[in-house]
Ligand binder design. Structure first.
Ligand SMILES: *Cc1c(COP(=O)(O)O)cnc(C)c1O
Length: 464
């Protein structure tokens, strides 16, 4: 242990700050930050009292590393190799280049958000998307709010506050987090009237529940689960007819919603928003960042007077979206005008429709380089796997994919490997399965970046 006298040999903060070696760090983080970090490092060295004392350059480097670590953003880009393309916890859809550019331009400059460039008078922020949404869905009118949960909340509140909403017991879903249909209804001020049973609901169940207190009939896409076997549900068209006969509107929450038929891209056929509108739903709600492939948003399309009523609801102001997202949404929706090139331009569709053979070729290509970068003791092999769409879209539909299976000697070693991958400058997130870490390569686009990032792995870590 070094005595008090020895510690006196430590350089002062001022001397360290004056050294040429510190110029880079000071440039990057500023004088105040570097001084504070140096004080912290010097205090730690005094407590550790190492012998010999570290050189001044080493002290500066330690302060630099401290600042570097503190500066790393938790929101920095990562490699999503979980196999779930629309991963809610990893931010769902990746935006198209056109959307990124539009959002960036709108961030930097003033835009005619609520200003009519033709008349020079006040405009409406919904005007930027209204025509596009009408064109793409066939609906009379449209509005957009913060996310689909908000769309459902404001639609329920507008149509049914203080009144009843009839919904099938088979559709009282929980989407995840705190989004449970019965809770949203309560917050919207709507009284829930459940009809039918978990597996079967018939037209007569809805009809028997209709009465003068009914505000609306609700249909909810059972996004993240499916009931199979002895089941029956009332389809959108039949339900709309039942509602209209009683003079009440029908709201269809499509959840993910898709603007196009996805079956040509190798996915199961899902009803499109246009079809839901054609079936007679008075309002249809769907997400911006699920299958649609845009930023987080909730769309409400449908009958004009109902959309107008939603726009008059004071909640609208609290749930509205900003210019950045509107710009990105507009650019995303415009891509749908050219379906032939959609898969090329929209990352969500491009990733979901990537052929397994292409992913397999990629896995085999990077396997040798990867094997050389992994810590000793970690074995890696290429293997087929299955990707998921995610975000509750087509829950039972998996996509044949290919990945790399990393096996470490023992559970602790595997955990350490997963942690080391998460700690990289660009974190790599895989999926732990059957005692191995599987990296599904479906969403790997930047192959060179992936390998140079892995080169920064510490060559061994603890238990491995
Ligand atoms: C995902 C989903 C929601 C919530 O949408 P967000 O855009 O995540 O707010 C609501 N209803 C259904 C049926 C869903 O699938």
């Amino acid at each position: 242990m070094l005595g008090k006298a020895g510690l006196r040999a430590l350089p002062s903060v001022d001397r360290l700050l004056g050294m040429a070696e510190g110029a880079g760090v000071t440039d990057r983080f500023g004088h105040a930050e570097v001084s504070a970090a140096l004080r912290q490092v010097l205090a730690a060295i005094r407590a550790e009292a190492p012998e010999p004392l570290p050189e001044p350059a080493a002290i500066l480097a330690r302060a630099g590393a401290l600042l570097e670590a503190r500066d790393r953003s938790g929101l920095r880009p990562l490699f999503n190799l979980t196999g779930t393309v629309l991963h809610t916890n990893l931010g769902r859809a990746l935006l198209a280049e056109a959307a990124v550019e539009a959002a960036t331009a709108a961030m930097r400059d003033a835009v005619a958000l609520e200003f009519d460039l033709d008349t020079g008078k006040r405009g409406e922020r919904d005007d930027h998307l209204r025509e596009l949404l009408r064109e793409l869905t066939g609906a009379e009118d449209a509005t957009v709010v913060n996310n689909n949960a908000a769309a459902v909340l404001i639609a329920l509140n507008t149509l049914g506050e203080g009144r009843e909403a009839i919904v099938s017991r088979g559709e009282l879903i929980e989407i995840g987090g705190a989004f449970r249909m019965p809770d949203i209804m309560a917050r919207a001020g709507v009284r829930l009237v459940e009809v039918g049973t978990t597996n079967r609901t018939h037209p007569k169940d809805y009809k028997a529940a209709l009465h003068p207190e009914t505000g609306l009939v609700l249909k909810v896409h059972t996004s993240n689960y499916r009931i199979e076997g002895f089941t029956s549900e009332v389809g959108g068209a039949a339900l709309a007819a039942i509602a209209h006969e009683a003079g009440v509107p029908m709201l269809n929450d499509l959840g993910s919603g898709t603007l196009i038929d996805l079956s040509p891209y190798g996915m199961a056929r899902e009803p499109t928003v246009r079809e839901a509108v054609e079936e007679g739903a008075d309002l249809v709600t769907f997400s911006g960042d699920k299958l649609l492939g845009g930023p987080q948003a909730g769309f409400i399309v449908g009958r004009r007077e109902l959309i107008e009523a939603i726009n008059r609801n004071p909640m609208k102001r609290a749930l509205r979206v900003d210019k950045i997202r509107l710009a990105a949404l507009e650019a995303t929706l415009k891509l749908y005008r050219d379906p032939q090139r959609l898969a090329e331009r929209l990352p969500t569709l491009r990733l979901l429709s990537r052929p397994q053979a292409e992913i397999e070729a990629q896995a085999r290509r990077i396997l040798p380089a990867l094997a050389g970068l992994l810590p000793p003791g970690v074995a890696v092999e290429a293997m087929p796997c299955h990707s998921q769409i995610g975000s509750g879209a087509l829950p039972l539909d998996t996509l044949p994919s290919f990945g790399l299976r990393l096996a470490a000697p023992g559970g602790r070693a595997l955990e350490a490997l997963a942690a080391a991958l998460r700690d990289l400058p660009r974190p790599v997130i895989g999926r732990l399965r059957d005692g191995a870490l599987v990296l599904d390569l479906r969403c790997l686009t930047d192959e060179a970046g992936f390998l140079s990032n892995l080169a920064k792995l510490p060559s061994s870590h603890g238990a491995v």
